[in-house]
Design a protein around this ligand. Structure first.
Ligand SMILES: Cc1cc2nc3c(=O)[nH]c(=O)nc-3n(C[C@H](O)[C@H](O)[C@H](O)COP(=O)(O)OP(=O)(O)OC[C@H]3O[C@@H](n4cnc5c(N)ncnc54)[C@H](O)[C@@H]3O)c2cc1C
Length: 286
């Protein structure tokens, strides 16, 4: 399969990249990161950008670093780079546990964390991680840099608050304090397929009780959403099967605009959501 024709640009700096974006945004000029979503879409003619701005040659975008209590993930860090813990402590473990669920090894070797965030597929594991952990998304354009809270970033199916002339340069995730527990669970038809539903929860315990629970469900609605009803059930409770069941029921009942396709109707996906939440909670408690 061949995409429609385009011009290829290989900037060496972010300044060059955003200047090209400013020039070509009107012609659907796009950033090319790992190409693992964009190139298939181009081959299927679902996307036909006239200009591709390849940021893989921009120096300094391929290494994670810690800065000011945050893990900074620049735009060319691959999914596979996160398979092994990149930071000591719970955040490195969490990213490593989730990375194993993102696509298949060849795709993980090339696809990028930030590309997933920019692409905003409802079934993207990294979007759920960013939303749950209160990540900040940094975007550059010729107008300068701006910081967007993950809670304001995901606007719908493959829709974000990035402007067409903005390049997402890095995602910053607050480090998790020692003792933070997490549980992630997803259901997909085969290993490596996009998830039909997934859940991530995070909390810590104080005197045996759950403190600051955070939970997001992905692959079920257009974008990851905070499930406040479930967090309310969990906060201050002792972890138990009964509490988890009540919390999972609350999550499932709180879902409004459930995604449907030819194979999965809303009722089935609502039930899947209940199941992934309860299993994520159980994993969090272990
Ligand atoms: C068979 C298959 C299975 C997959 N399974 C999964 C899965 O289970 N879970 C999952 O999450 N993903 C899955 N993916 C998608 C994969 O994770 C992609 O790598 C990811 O969605 C996009 O990252 P990328 O670096 O490849 O971005 P690209 O394909 O290069 O770009 C995707 C889109 O984001 C934009 N973009 C990318 N980077 C930036 C940036 N820095 N600034 C602004 N815009 C940017 C591009 O312009 C484009 O519109 C799968 C893909 C395939 C082909």
């Amino acid at each position: 399969m061949k995409p429609s024709s385009f011009r290829y640009h290989a900037p060496k700096t972010i300044k060059e990249a955003v200047s090209l974006l400013a020039q070509f945004a009107d012609e659907d000029g796009r950033i090319l990161a790992g190409g693992q979503s964009l190139v298939p879409m181009m081959n299927l003619r679902l996307a036909a950008p006239k200009h591709l701005i390849d940021i893989n040659g921009v120096e300094g975008l391929d290494r994670v670093r810690e800065e000011g209590g945050e893990l900074v993930i620049p735009a060319c860090v691959r999914h596979a780079d996160l398979e092994q813990p990149v930071t000591p402590g719970p955040l490195g473990q969490l990213l490593s546990a989730v990375a194993a669920h993102v696509a298949h090894t060849p795709i993980r070797m090339r696809g990028t964390f930030c590309g997933s965030i920019a692409n905003a597929d409802p079934a993207s594991e990294w979007c759920v991680v960013a939303a749950t952990l209160g990540a900040k998304i940094i975007a550059h354009s010729v107008r300068g840099a701006r910081e967007i809270d993950a809670s304001d970033f995901f606007a719908g199916i493959m829709t974000t608050s990035l402007e067409p002339d903005e390049c997402l340069t890095e995602v910053r995730i607050p480090l998790l304090q020692d003792g933070t527990r997490f549980g992630f669970y997803e259901v997909s038809r085969r290993a490596g397929d996009f998830a039909m539903a997934m859940a991530l929860c995070v909390w810590h315990l104080m005197d045996g009780k759950i403190v600051e629970p955070r939970i997001r469900v992905g692959g079920v609605e257009a974008a990851p959403r905070r499930i406040a009803e479930t967090e309310a059930v969990l906060a201050g409770a002792m972890p138990s099967r009964e509490v988890f069941q009540t919390a999972a029921n609350a999550a499932s009942e709180s879902l409004v605009d459930i995604l449907e396709d030819t194979r999965i109707d809303a009722g089935y996906r609502r039930e899947l959501a209940r199941v992934v939440v309860i299993r994520a909670l159980e994993r969090c408690a272990v």
